[in-house]
Write a protein that binds this ligand. Structure first.
Ligand SMILES: CC(C)(COP(=O)(O)OP(=O)(O)OC[C@H]1O[C@@H](n2cnc3c(N)ncnc32)[C@H](O)[C@@H]1OP(=O)(O)O)[C@@H](O)C(=O)NCCC(=O)NCCS
Length: 199
């Protein structure tokens, strides 16, 4: 039987031109709470707006506990220039036999529209496909979440399906648009981007 490697995510650090990605830490609780208490931020999210700062502390503790077990990788997105916490992004629901995981992400509202998530997810996907050797990454988003869909498409994700009435959040029923990105497609996109950059 094939053996699957257990990953310890506690030391993961990723770097891009403008950003540092590192595991969430307890000091991030205020910024995480402010992001998730924002009604506009949670408009298409899987949870209602947070009401209590302890929700942020509990979430961070859950993420910290999961890192060494390698079953949830949640990274804070921090701006290098001034150390400001912008949001976070995650790989989770790992199914190592199929080399598959799901991706999640969010930016605090002041930082939307500046390409930060694009940059962060490029780094997270490079880690997933090239270091962890994932074969497939999936995203489940509200089809009405245009910004999220655009971010995924720019990265090469393809919408593969629509699941009806899959979420009920605060009494609101919504569908799921399922997106997928395969490792060979990701690698081909990187090669073609590198070719264009060198011309
Ligand atoms: C989904 C979410 C992260 C997208 O944020 P975003 O800032 O639009 O994401 P991106 O980093 O992809 O930014 C791309 C936008 O920045 C613009 N931009 C500005 N400067 C840029 C740069 N240097 N590089 C790339 N894009 C840049 C792009 O034109 C694009 O805007 P457009 O979509 O109007 O064309 C954000 O809306 C969010 O956090 N929403 C709430 C949480 C949520 O819904 N999460 C997803 C749940 S599954």
């Amino acid at each position: 039987m094939q053996e699957f490697q257990q990953h310890d995510f506690a030391q993961v650090r990723l770097s891009t031109a403008r950003l540092e990605l590192r595991p969430m830490q307890m000091d991030d609780a205020d910024a995480l709470f402010a992001m998730c208490a924002d009604a506009e931020f949670v408009r298409y999210w899987s949870e209602p707006a947070w009401q209590h700062r302890e929700q942020a502390e509990r979430r961070i503790q859950r993420d910290l506990d999961a890192l060494p077990r390698g079953d949830y990788l949640c990274l804070a997105i921090v701006r290098k220039q001034d150390g400001v916490w912008l949001g976070n992004c995650s790989l989770f629901s790992f199914l190592w036999e199929c080399r598959r995981a799901e991706i999640g992400y969010g930016l605090a509202r002041p930082y939307w529209g500046q390409g930060y998530m694009q940059e962060a997810l490029q780094a997270l996907l490079a880690y997933g496909f090239e270091h962890l050797q994932l074969h497939r990454v999936e995203a489940d988003i509200d089809p009405a979440n245009r910004a999220s869909g655009q971010s995924l498409k720019r990265l090469g994700f393809v919408q593969e399906g629509l699941l009806r009435e899959r979420w009920i959040v605060d009494g609101q029923v919504s569908d799921s648009a399922l997106f997928g990105l395969l490792q060979p497609d990701w690698l081909a996109l990187q090669t073609s981007a590198a070719k264009h950059a060198s011309v």
